[in-house]
Design a protein around this ligand. Structure first.
Ligand SMILES: [Zn+2]
Length: 387
């Protein structure tokens, strides 16, 4: 078989081609990495060392050296936003949008950034409009979350329910607790307008959305009690035990008032004592202590406080024990009084509710945290010390 000599020529040629290809690749890589201006790395360094003003200067320099890089602009814009210089962020993103022949994905990316600027600036109408226009894009989920934030902030509950339902559908994350709370907020408004039938229907919708929504039952009971239907109120409030028994303390005093108005204060007391024995919450204890003191006298109240104090040391319970003892032992009254005063001083304004999400401290119970806007984030028992 004859050897084909042209192979001898072809081999070096392939080597040369391979070598050229490699060189071109390396050249391209080098040019790409040098495309990131030194100012960019300088900016990163400043960011890491928390020198935000200098980081902004460096990023501005990087953007000027590399006017085509959208990512650099976004980095600078988000830095402006984080620093609270929202007008500069808006200006930057609006300028980008004015560029001609922007491909659609880039236009959408700029709009998503601009919408965040408007949200941060509190220009909610403009933010809403932009987020709405991102509904079909890959920014859909963050846009829906931002829209939800806007509607909750503006207390537009109907729209909030609509968006939360949509968000639940596209993200698979449940929003039942929030949706039920939005219905409760609508009911609060109807009650203020004296429109009880609408309030009732909203609260029923809240329970449809989340069978564990204790707030709906608290409010349904309050409505019945306000209209003098105390039997109905009590039977609604009793449902809370099967939802979240920790919340019984929130309505224990009201339940007792309804029992009292029905002339059945002892039934109420028996029920609450039973709850206290089963669930051991401090808010239940203070209601039970008060009614025992009133109905059975200081001796039984002292026994109750002493038993509870043995189970769980607490200044509040000690205060109750001292109070009952003051009423009981006339001879030692003066000492008891002083001791109680000291305990009261120690407690001061210390008992408070603490948000489980952000730690915010509040004197009154909130269904929505005033600081971080989480729903049902306050445990229903006030505490003497932060958790
Ligand atoms: Zn909070």
């Amino acid at each position: 078989m004859e050897f084909e000599y042209w192979w001898l020529l072809a081999l070096p040629l392939f080597f040369t081609l391979g070598w050229l290809a490699a060189r071109i690749d390396i050249k391209q890589l080098l040019s790409e990495s040098s495309a990131l201006p030194a100012a960019y790395f300088k900016g990163l360094n400043f960011l890491i060392s928390d020198q935000h003003d200098k980081a902004i200067e460096a990023f501005i320099e990087a953007v000027q050296a590399n006017a085509d890089s959208l990512e650099l602009h976004f980095a600078l814009g988000s830095l402006f936003r984080r620093r609270g210089e929202v007008d500069r962020a808006i200006h930057l993103h609006l300028n980008l949008l004015e560029r001609k022949e922007l491909p659609q994905p880039q236009r959408l990316a700029i709009m998503a950034e601009l919408a965040q600027d408007y949200l941060k600036a509190g220009l909610l109408d403009r933010a809403e409009e932009l987020f709405r226009s991102l509904d079909d894009s890959r920014y859909q989920q963050p846009a829906l979350r931002a829209l939800l934030e806007i509607y909750v902030r503006e207390r537009e509950w109907e729209r909030a329910i609509e968006i939360a339902t949509e968000l639940e559908r596209v993200s698979g994350v449940p929003f039942r607790k929030e949706i039920a709370q939005y219905y409760c907020e609508m009911a609060v408004k109807s009650i203020l307008d004296n429109d009880y039938p609408t309030a009732r229907s909203k609260l029923e919708k809240a329970l449809d959305a989340n069978t564990n929504c204790t707030r709906a039952n608290v409010m349904l009971g309050e409505m019945e009690a306000a209209n003098g239907h105390h039997e109905a109120a009590i039977s609604i409030w009793k449902r809370i035990e099967y939802q979240q028994p920790d919340y019984l303390g929130l309505i224990a005093a009201k339940m007792l008032t309804s029992y009292r108005l029905l002339g059945r204060v002892h039934d109420g007391m028996a029920l609450l004592k039973n709850y206290l024995q089963t669930y051991q919450t401090t808010s239940l204890l203070s209601v039970v202590y008060e009614v025992v003191l009133q109905e059975e006298g200081p001796e039984n109240a002292a026994i109750l406080a002493r038993n509870e104090l043995a189970k769980k040391p607490s200044l509040q319970t000690l205060d109750q024990l001292l109070q009952a003892r003051t009423l009981l032992d006339k001879a030692e009254t003066q000492d008891m009084h002083l001791m109680q005063q000291a305990v009261r001083n120690a407690i001061g304004n210390r008992t408070a509710y603490y948000c489980s999400q952000c730690g915010f401290r509040a004197r009154h119970y909130h269904w929505q945290c005033p600081a971080c806007n989480s729903w049902e984030s306050f445990p229903p028992d006030a505490r003497e010390t932060p958790p």
